[in-house]
Design a protein around this ligand. Structure first.
Ligand code: NAP
Length: 427
């Protein structure tokens, strides 16, 4: 019999308990022995739970799990940075393998955690940390291992994908769609980590580290969220044959890694443009396999519970058969993320300008002087002296674009630079 200790009995913890209970026979067959829950750590012992659980299994003392010699696997599902990180390290030092869905801890401290696990000859599995029910960590480690992964594009945050889909379909502004997402339970009361792009940044940090065999530093990943996306941009994108998505991007080149999260124009006939609502998607390119795309619900009790329980089964199977899956993180190189200023991209730009002759010439001259070449221009008519002017640039270095925008901002006939959004034409 293998005994596990679970830290946290919230959304995901309850899902794991339900799956372990419901599929216990099947799991026993897969592992070769029974997997039982020894203890579960919670904050509040008196809280009503949405899963049936014997009272004596619950504890509010973490030592009952991480110092418990009966327990082989610790499943960390309390979330956040601390005390989750300390608990993981202490459990590893006590010889326990770890299963976690904590993207923040793995993205920030993965290097230390994996090294500590190697020193103590235990495993760390984290399938649930990226895109909930979508299998991507183990495929990168195993099924795609023969490939050099060249690039990854992900829609890795269900909350923002729901909001952008809702804005686009219902023609609502950002604030209304956010409220709607909160009412439906798709966005948290404090949605900042989702809408500011940090949640997706943790996830692409984890994926790029694994895919490119480098410990990518999350602090070097460029992050921009969706709260400035205007319904007018969504409609103009549509008119030009694009859909706006919050993309998490990771590309490997001889100059370094290009890892970033930001809203982007995606051609509307690209499969990523069709991923709607709370669905997540990973679209990657491997040198042998070519394009691979997978999509699933990226969060929620049972999809994430499914990923976490699969990790528990894998680790339990390995322990039961006296083996340890070697992950060879010791060969990973250090982070070498290219600064966003040096990245080249095509851009969508929306300005509000005075309806006067010569505006276009002034703007075009500044672009020309700063190596920004234009692919298309769209001037919309409005019945007032302020008109929107929209440009799509050819591929341009961000530094050059920013220099030209700083000068354009100072022009008398330019009222405001409303939007600057990257265009991903070559996904
Ligand atoms: N929710 C999702 O859909 C989802 C998807 C993918 C990944 N994840 C990740 O999964 C992890 C868990 O998320 P969740 O949504 O299940 O969180 P949650 O619903 O907030 O549950 C957290 C649980 O941990 C317990 N807890 C928190 N801090 C504690 C502490 N210091 N000491 C003891 N117990 C503590 C809480 O106890 P009480 O119940 O007593 O308050 C609660 O049972 C996070 O890392 C999250 O990023 C979640």
């Amino acid at each position: 019999m293998l005994r596990i200790g679970i830290l946290g009995l919230g959304t995901v913890g309850s899902g794991v308990v339900k799956i372990l209970e419901k599929n216990s026979e099947n799991i026993k067959n897969k592992v070769g022995t029974e997997v039982t829950i020894e203890k579960i750590l919670v904050n509040n012992l008196k809280k009503e739970r949405d899963v049936e659980i014997k009272k004596e299994l619950l504890t509010d003392k973490v030592e009952d799990i991480i110092n418990n010699s009966n327990i082989d696997i610790v499943v960390e599902l309390i979330g956040g940075e601390q005390p989750a990180y300390d608990y993981i390290i202490k459990a590893i030092e006590n010889g326990k393998s770890i299963v976690t869905a904590n993207k923040l801890v793995i993205a920030k401290y993965g290097k230390r955690i994996f090294r500590k696990a190697d020193e103590n000859d235990v495993q760390v599995c984290y399938e649930g940390s990226v895109a909930g029910g979508l299998p991507i960590i183990r495929p990168l480690q195993n099924s795609l291992a023969a490939n050099r992964i060249e690039k990854i594009y992900g829609i890795l945050n269900g909350t923002t994908n729901y909001i952008l889909t809702d804005m686009s379909k219902e023609k609502k502004d950002f604030a209304d769609s956010l409220k709607n997402a909160q009412a439906l339970g798709f966005a948290e009361a404090d949605p900042s980590s989702d809408i500011e792009g940090y949640d997706a940044a943790y996830k692409i940090t984890i994926l790029s580290s694994l895919a490119f065999e480098r410990f990518v530093d999350v602090n070097e990943v460029y992050v921009e969220g969706i709260k400035d996306i205007d319904i007018e941009d969504i409609e103009l994108a549509h008119e030009m044959g694009y859909v706006i998505k919050l993309l998490a991007i990771a590309k490997n080149s001889s100059e370094g890694l290009d890892v970033r999260v930001h809203p982007a124009f995606v051609p509307e006939d690209h499969p990523l443009a069709m991923i709607n609502g709370t669905y997540n998607c990973v679209y990657l390119h491997g040198d042998a396999v070519g394009q691979v795309m997978s999509t699933a619900r990226g969060a929620g009790q049972m999809p994430t519970g499914s990923a976490v329980t699969a990790d528990i089964i894998q680790v339990a199977k390995d322990i039961n058969h006296n083996q340890r899956e070697v992950q060879r993180m010791d060969s990973f190189l250090e982070s070498n993320v290219i600064k966003i200023d040096e990245i080249e991209n095509s851009f969508y730009l929306r300005f509000e300008v005075k309806d006067e002759p010569g505006v276009m010439a002034h703007i075009a001259k500044i672009f020309g002087d700063n190596n920004v070449s234009l692919a298309s221009v769209l001037q919309k008519q409005k019945e007032n002296p302020v008109v929107p002017l929209v440009f799509i640039t050819h591929s341009v270095r961000e530094k050059d674009l920013n220099q030209s925008l700083a000068k354009i901002k100072k022009l008398d006939d330019v009222i405001e630079i409303k939007s600057v959004i990257r265009v991903e034409n070559n996904i």
